[in-house]
Write a protein that binds this ligand. Sequence first.
Ligand code: SAH
Ligand code: SF4
Length: 371
Amino acid sequence: MINLLNFNQPQLADYFISIGEKPFRAKQLMRWMYHFGVHDVGQMTDIAKSLREKLAVETEIRLPNVQLEQVSNDGTRKWLIGTDGKDGAANSVETVFIPEDDRGTLCISSQVGCALACTFCSTGAQGFNRNLSVAEIIGQLAIANQSLRSESGYDLLSANDRIISNVVMMGMGEPLTNYDNVVTAMQIMLDDSAYGLSRRRLTLSTSGIVPAMDRLKEDCPVALAVSLHAPNDALRDVLVPINQKYPIKDLMAACNRYLEKAPRDFVTFEYVMLDGINDTVEHAHELLEVIKHVPCKLNLIPFNPFPNSGYSTSKPHNIRVFRDILMSAGYVVTVRKTRGEDIDAACGQLAGKVLDKTKRSLKHISVQAVS
Ligand code: SAH
Ligand code: SF4
């Protein structure tokens, strides 16, 4: 069966052409699937009956299954999404919705686990099982949208009262090592026949897969966040091991190339605050040197602990001192508020369930973008 949620609009148009139909059917079908949340082709009344019958035989519109939905006492919501494949019942990923006064942000996963093994990240600690399909990525948005809509009675598609106003590719996994599926899913998010998100409200966060960043700026330039976390290669090699392959100097150059095409005129650098590891006054000054040629904002993320991580969160005083040094140099700096802690939905706490297949060694990383 072909799952129609796996296609962006041009791919759907090609599919219709291949079965002897007109390409404009793609737009019609997408509106039914994404605007109206209709997943039964039988109900798509402006599509000819003969075509509906053909689609019913050859295709399906299948969302991943929701294993659990939890609501935090601060309003944050988390869905545990089953991603069973050949491995049976073991695998799942997590999706998180963070409501704020002026916006609602959905944090989407791209892989079951992550092979990059950053030492302070709970997803990284679990190893890697597989890439998510397009349907599993876009399905997270569809599931959250439906669930929030049914609860609020809002029409999410009228621009004024969208509950999900922003999407961040910041859940489990490194989105740029699942390049093709992530880009196709983001194209659906941006498509007016689907979610019609603006590029500025769609942010991809990467640990710095340099060749894939160069591809992304051509294929699907969206707002970019880069997980920097350390102001020198010696420390970043340990915290973010992919740095051994794409060191800081190359990463900064890639950020500037990306900005030529980006929808925003800055990159956001994420910097996790680890007590005594990367949070001293010296580190702050070193960081200023490293970023000085890249237009950027900085997002300091107090480390969210998980069992046996070996790290602890920077002291609030040290975070303030660090932030003030950066601010005095003229940067816009935010300190990320921890949300959804009571349901383990905070940054870096997303665990899902991952049957590790890699033994977490760097040699297993498959970077489609390198070839
Ligand atoms: N793989 C991508 C996106 C997912 S991680 C990336 O690394 O950018 C999203 C953000 O959460 C990254 O900045 C990541 O470094 C950060 N993060 C991971 N573990 C964390 C933890 N335990 N506490 C706080 N932030 C964490
Ligand atoms: Fe993967 Fe990002 Fe976690 Fe690193 S921080 S292990 S790249 S999910």
